[in-house]
Design a protein around this ligand. Structure first.
Ligand SMILES: Nc1ncnc2c1ncn2[C@@H]1O[C@H](COP(=O)(O)OP(=O)(O)O)[C@@H](O)[C@H]1O
Ligand SMILES: [Mg+2]
Length: 522
C-alpha cells in the first residue's frame, strides 16, 4: 500500500459516493486490513517462537537471514548471534562435504526432506538435526526447518544397546545351562570323593582343590545366569536404609582409609522387592568399581531414595569417571578397562541383568574426570515387614525320607541319587515322567518327588507334577533345573507344597529344600 504513488484523495478516484463517506469507508478498510496483517504476522511470530524445530532462512551463500528463537535451546546460540554468519560455521566439520552437496541439489529447486547432519552446540556437544528445506528462486532464499534429533538418536542407541544385551544374554544363558548340568555332576562327584578321601593326607588336598575349582566354575555360571537374567531369584522385602547400613561397615573395613565411605539414607522408611543375596552382590560390585575408580582416594556415597513407584539405591564416587566410549560398552559382559587379572568385565553386566530381571533398571551417569553415579532402580513395596530368613533346617531331617527322583540325564541322575543316599534318603529313580507315574500309581509310599523341569518324552516336570498330584494331592514336589523358566517358577511360588532348586547345588542346599518341603518331620 505504501507503494501506491498517489494514495489520496480517494474520492477523486471513486467519484459517485460523497467524499467524506468514501474517505471513512476506505479508512475503515485500510485499518481492517492492517489489523489483519498485524494479526497474521503475530500468529506467524508465535509459530516461529514456539516451534521446537529451528525455522530459518538463508541466502544463496548459506548465510543465516532469520533464525527462530528455539535455536538457543538447540545449539546454545541466540538468533542474533547467528544472523549474518554462515550455516557451515556451526556445522560439525565432518558433515560439511555432504551438506554442501545437499545444498547444490537444493538449489535446483526441489524441496528436500529428511536430510540429517550434525551441528556443534556452543558447549561442544554434538546435536544431530534433520532438515526439511526448499530453495525459492524468486525470493533468492532457502527456507529451512531443522528438527532436534538428540532424543531420537539417543533412543535408537538405547535400543541398539538393548538388542546387543539381549543377544549376549541369550548366548551366555545357553552356555550357562549346559555347564550347569556338567557342574552338578562334577561338584557332586568331587564332594563324594573328598569325603571318601578325607583321611588320606596325600589325596584329600587334591580332591579339595578339584572341589574348589568346580565351585569357582559354578560361581562363573551363576554370574553368567545373572547376565542372561536366568538367575533363580527369591525376591523378598528389603528395607533399603537398613540394607545400606549393613553394607557400610563391610566397605569401611575393606577399603583403604583414603576412601571416605558415607551413606545418605532415605527420608522415610522405603522398602524394595529384591533377592537380598543378589542385591548385596550387585551393590558390592558397584562399590568395588567405585573404589577401583579412585586409586588416589576419594568419596563413595551410598544413597537410598524413593522415586515414584520405585526405589533407587545408588553408588556415587568422585573417581576418574568414564569416557563416552567406555560408557557405551560398560554393560557388555567381559568388557573391562582394567589390567589383565584385575577385572572380569562381568560386574556391571551382572548388575544390569539382575536389575532387569528384578523388574527394575540400571542408570549410569558418568563424565570423564568428574566421577560416576550408578543407580539401581527397583520396584518398591509398601509392605515393609521383612520376612525372617528362617533357620536352616538340619540335614538330618532328610534321613529315611522316601524320594522319587525323576531326571532324564543319566550322569546327573546318578549323581543326585548318590547325594540323596548320602543324606540318608531312600531313593527310587526314573528317567522319565511316565515311569515316575507308574511308581506313584503302584502305591509304594513316596514322601517327596524330586523332578527336573526340562525333560523330553512328552512329560516335562510341570506336567508330571500335575499328573502326580491327581494321584496324591498332598505330594511335596521339588523341581530342579539349570534354567529358571518363568512360567514354571511362578506356579512353584504359588504352590505351598513345591519348591525349586537351581542347578548346580551343594548337598547342604538340597538337604535344606527337602526339609522345607517336609516340615512335619521337624
Ligand atoms: N564407578 C566407575 N567409575 C569409572 N569407571 C567405571 C565405574 N564402574 C565401571 N566402570 C568401567 O566399566 C568397566 C566395566 O565394569 P565391570 O563390568 O564392573 O567390569 P570390571 O570391573 O571387571 O572391569 C570397568 O572396567 C570400567 O572401565
Ligand atoms: Mg567391576
Amino acid at each position: 500500500m505504501t507503494d501506491d504513488p498517489n494514495p489520496r484523495p480517494a474520492a477523486a478516484r471513486w467519484g459517485a459516493t460523497p467524499a467524506d463517506d468514501n474517505e471513512k469507508l476506505s479508512e475503515q478498510a485500510l485499518r481492517a486490513s492492517r489489523e489483519q496483517l498485524a494479526a497474521a504476522l503475530a500468529a506467524n511470530q508465535k509459530i516461529l517462537d514456539n516451534s521446537h524445530d529451528v525455522i530459518c532462512t538463508l541466502d544463496r551463500q548459506g548465510v543465516f537471514l532469520r533464525v527462530s528463537r528455539h535455536v538457543e535451546r538447540m545449539w546454545g546460540y541466540r538468533p542474533e548471534e547467528m544472523v549474518g554468519r554462515l550455516y557451515l560455521d556451526f556445522l560439525h566439520p565432518d558433515d560439511r562435504e555432504k551438506t554442501m552437496e545437499h545444498a547444490e541439489i537444493l538449489a535446483l529447486g526441489e524441496p528436500l526432506n529428511g536430510f540429517m547432519n550434525r551441528f556443534l552446540h556452543r558447549d561442544g556437544s554434538i546435536v544431530p538435526v534433520m532438515w526439511s528445506s526448499v530453495w525459492s528462486e524468486s525470493d533468492r532464499t532457502t527456507f529451512a526447518v531443522g528438527r532436534d534429533m538428540r532424543d531420537h538418536v539417543a533412543a535408537e542407541e538405547k535400543l541398539r544397546q538393548a538388542q546387543k544385551m539381549e543377544a549376549v544374554g541369550r548366548l551366555s544363558g545357553g552356555i550357562a545351562h549346559d555347564f550347569n548340568n556338567l557342574l552338578t555332576v562334577v561338584i557332586g562327584a568331587t564332594e563324594t570323593l573328598a569325603e571318601a578321601l578325607a583321611a588320606d593326607p596325600d589325596l584329600a588336598p587334591v580332591a579339595q582343590v578339584a572341589l574348589e575349582a568346580a565351585e569357582r566354575g559354578a560361581e562363573l555360571v551363576s554370574q553368567l545366569m545373572s547376565v542372561s537374567r536366568t538367575q533363580s531369584l527369591t525376591p523378598r522385602t528389603v528395607n533399603c536404609n537398613r540394607f545400606l547400613e549393613a553394607l557400610l561397615p563391610i566397605l569401611t573395613r575393606t577399603f583403604s582409609k583414603d576412601i571416605e565411605v558415607r551413606m545418605v539414607a532415605a527420608a522415610d522408611e522405603v522398602c524394595c522387592l529384591a533377592d537380598p543375596t543378589q542385591l548385596t552382590s550387585a551393590m558390592l560390585n558397584l562399590c568395588i568399581n567405585a573404589r577401583d575408580a579412585m586409586p588416589g582416594g576419594g568419596r563413595l556415597t551410598l544413597r537410598a531414595v524413593r522415586a515414584g513407584d520405585g526405589v533407587v539405591l545408588s553408588v556415587e564416587d568422585t573417581g576418574e569417571g568414564m569416557s563416552a566410549q567406555t560408557q557405551a560398552r560398560a554393560l557388555e559382559p567381559f568388557f573391562t578397562t582394567k589390567p589383565e587379572g584385575k577385572g572380569s568385565g562381568l560386574g556391571l553386566s551382572m548388575v544390569y541383568g539382575f536389575a532387569v530381571q528384578s523388574g527394575g533398571r540400571l542408570e549410569i551417569d558418568s563424565a570423564e574426570g568428574s566421577g560416576t553415579r550408578i543407580a539401581l532402580c527397583l520396584p518398591a513395596t509398601t509392605d515393609c515387614a521383612e520376612l525372617p530368613l528362617g533357620a536352616a533346617p538340619a540335614a538330618v531331617l532328610a534321613r529315611g525320607l522316601k524320594v522319587l527322583l525323576v531326571e532324564d540325564d543319566d550322569l546327573v541322575r546318578g549323581q543326585v541319587l548318590r547325594q540323596l543316599a548320602a543324606l540318608g534318603c531312600e531313593v527310587r529313580s526314573c528317567a522319565n515322567g511316565h515311569d515316575a507315574l507308574d511308581v506313584l500309581a503302584s502305591g509304594v509310599g513316596v514322601d517327596l518327588m524330586m523332578t527336573d523341569i526340562n525333560m523330553p518324552g512328552g512329560l516335562n516336570g510341570r506336567q508330571l507334577a500335575d499328573h502326580a498330584r491327581l494321584l496324591d494331592p498332598r505330594l511335596p514336589i521339588l523341581f530342579t533345573s539349570g534354567h529358571t523358566e518363568d512360567p514354571v517358577l511362578r506356579s512353584v511360588g504359588h504352590d505351598p507344597l513345591a519348591a525349586f532348586l537351581a542347578k548346580p547345588y551343594r548337598r547342604a542346599e538340597l538337604a535344606r529344600k527337602l526339609a522345607e518341603l517336609t516340615p512335619e518331620r521337624a
